[in-house]
Each structure stands twice: as C-alpha cells, then as structure tokens.
Design a protein around this ligand. Sequence first.
Ligand code: NAD
Ligand code: MG
Length: 394
Amino acid sequence: MKNLCILGATGSIGVSTLDVISRHPDKYKVIALSANTNIALLYQQCIQFKPKYAVVVNPDKALILQQQLAQANITTTKILSGTDELVSIATLENVDMVMAAIVGAAGLLPTLAAAQAGKTVLLANKEALVMSGQLFMQAVVEAGATLLPIDSEHNAIFQCMPAQYKAGDVAKSVRKILLTASGGPFRITPIADLEHVTPEQAVAHPKWDMGRKISVDSATMMNKGLELIEACLLFNLSPTQVQVVIHQQSIIHSMVDYVDGSVLAQMGNPDMRIPIAHAMAYPERIDSGVAALDIFSVAQMDFTPPDLNRFPCLKLAQDAIQAGGIMPTVLNAANEIAVAEFLNETIKFTDIAKVIAKTMTNFDAGIIENLTQILHVDQAARTKAQTIIAELNS
Ligand code: NAD
Ligand code: MG
C-alpha cells in the first residue's frame, strides 16, 4: 500500500491521478488533497477518497467546505487552509508519494519541501523545476528523494532511458533527445492572424485536455520551451542535445537517440493517465484506464522542425537556458503574468512573447544562489512584467 498526497487535486492532472487511484484501491491510499478555490469538486473528492487532510488555500472557502462536510456527517477529513499547510501535507511522515500538480510558481515551496523530505515526487508542476533549476535537483540528491516525471514527454524519455536510470544522472550513451510537440491550435494559422486570437481559441487544444494556463503555453509553444529547460535539468543534458520536433498526431511522446544509432520512442494515446500510472507504479506497471493504442487508426505520423518566427516563445526559452543562472526564473515569472493578462483580455496573444522578451532584458543571468534569491527574482520579474504591460496599454 502506498500513501499519497495530491497537491492540486482539483486540476486536470489531480483529477486524472484520482481516476487512476480509484482503479486500484488495494494499492494506493489518499492521505491528503489540496485545492486553491474549487471546493465543490474537493467536497466530492473528500467523500469518495476520505483523505485525512484537505487543504483549501483560500481561508473563507476552507470554512465553507468544513461546514458542508460537517453537515454531511463526514468527520474523516480535517480541513486546513493557507499556503503553509501545503508544505505540511507534502511532508507528512506517513506520505510516500507526492503528486506535484499545482500550476505555476505557487507549487514551488510544497514541491521542494517534498523533495527535501525525501519523498517520491511525481512532478507535473514543471514551473517549480524551471524556476529553481539546480537548487531543486540538488535537494533531490541530498535528501535521497525519488523524482519521477509526469509531463508526458519527460515520462516518455524516462521510459526510454537505460535500466536503473535516475533523474539527474548523466545518461550514458545518449546522443540527444527528440522532444515532441503537437504544435498546438495555431500550428498552421497564418502568422498575421495570431494577433487576433481569443483566449477561447488559444485554450482549445487539438490533442490534450488540460488546464487553461498550460493550454495557452501550448498555443505559444512556451510549454515546449519550459519543457526544454525541464529536460535539460531532469536528464542532465545541454540544450544542444534537445531537438524539438513537431509531431501533430501526439502518438509518440518523445524519443531518445543513442550513440549506436538506435532511437527509442514511447507511444500511446494522448491521455495523462498513462504517465501518471507509470510513475505511480514504477518500476511495475498497472492498468491506467486508457484504451489500447489502435496503430491502424493512427496510420500516419508526421515530423517537422518548429518555426521560431511563428513561435518566438520557444526561442526565448532557448535563450533563457543558454544564458543560465536565474534567466529561466525570469522567463517563467514573466510568462505567468503575460498568460494571466492574455486570459484577462488585457493584452494580445502576440504580446505574450513581447512582454517576456522585454522583461528578460532587464535582468542579468548571474548564478542561482539560494531559495530566497529565487523567490526575490520571481517577484521582481513579475513586477517588471506588469510595468511593461501597463506601458504597452498606455
Ligand atoms: P489546472 O489549472 O487544471 O489545475 C491546477 C491545480 O492547482 C488546481 O487544483 C488548483 O486548485 C491548484 N492551484 C492553482 N493555483 C494555486 C495556488 N495559487 N495555490 C495553490 N494551488 C493552486 O492545471 P493542470 O493542467 O492540472 O496542470 C497542473 C500542472 O501540471 C502544471 O504545472 C502543468 O504545466 C502540468 N502539466 C499538466 C498537464 C495536463 O495535461 N494538464 C500535462 C503536463 C504537465
Ligand atoms: Mg508535456
């Protein structure tokens, strides 16, 4: 029996994780769940999975959930509130595995705390790793934590790595990796039309059903940029060893190219329950609930290089990892602000890259020193991005 804490239980990844768990009540027990504000869904999850703890970040909503559960005579779950409690549930003594599925920088502290406590960390929250870089990877090594990637591409790469491979190790005999991307909803939209795309068009992903922030990131291909940085950290690679490949069918989830010319790929239907089940059961295999791949209905697979004029955010991420130091922290922070403002309809889709580029020019890469510095840079980059947006709109 493995005991789990799910950070971000009410999101797309959280819900898929609970779906896999519900198929294996003999193998997994939910100890703690968290949500930002969605108490309607968290209420249902508390009734179904009976966690010992549920954290609602918003205190008012936490109180409402507590009253609702009391009225329903559910006394099994203790309701907590505030961001500090995210760290508490991620480091509980009896928790074995922590699913890090909060979106954005908000997930850094509890995810890092889980790593420092030596847990098995199932990492979906790529922003936490991108913004903290080597600091996070060192914490994993020092605490003897196990880091398993959930991002479908990184999980695919991990599956294609040599036996016994651990995240952070130098991958012996690996020449490069091929990081696949669907190309998102605007893969072939005329570039001149991108200026006018709406949030609803941007979040309508052709292949994957995901949260709004990562859906916009997929549309700009910043998601692939963040994943490039994530791959360099997880697999100890230089950016030149990562080739982004547009593969619109999203059947191959990434590939590993070895020195002998062998290229290993992991394939499957585009459903996050596959990487989630893989990481939860690792090194065993369990049923994920995903239908078997029908290779005849796939029939054809296409591979093309990305066009950096169409996707300037991918180029900015390449520049950030090349610059190193805190530049990925700045890139991530500016992107979070720009995406939120695009979703608010305060800036245009094409302004996202402009805001990030301009924010980056205001910072020196330097080196990553400590957590305080990272949190400070994250905040400073957010403030700078907001100023740039205000100027853009004045
Ligand atoms: P989502 O928006 O559907 O869910 C986000 C979760 O985080 C929710 O449970 C929400 O309550 C919580 N949350 C949001 N803001 C918070 C805050 N300030 N403090 C605490 N909790 C907060 O997002 P998602 O699509 O499930 O993505 C989660 C993470 O997984 C992201 O980092 C994303 O990049 C990554 N990821 C997602 C997918 C996918 O298919 N959805 C695939 C690969 C990686
Ligand atoms: Mg991905």
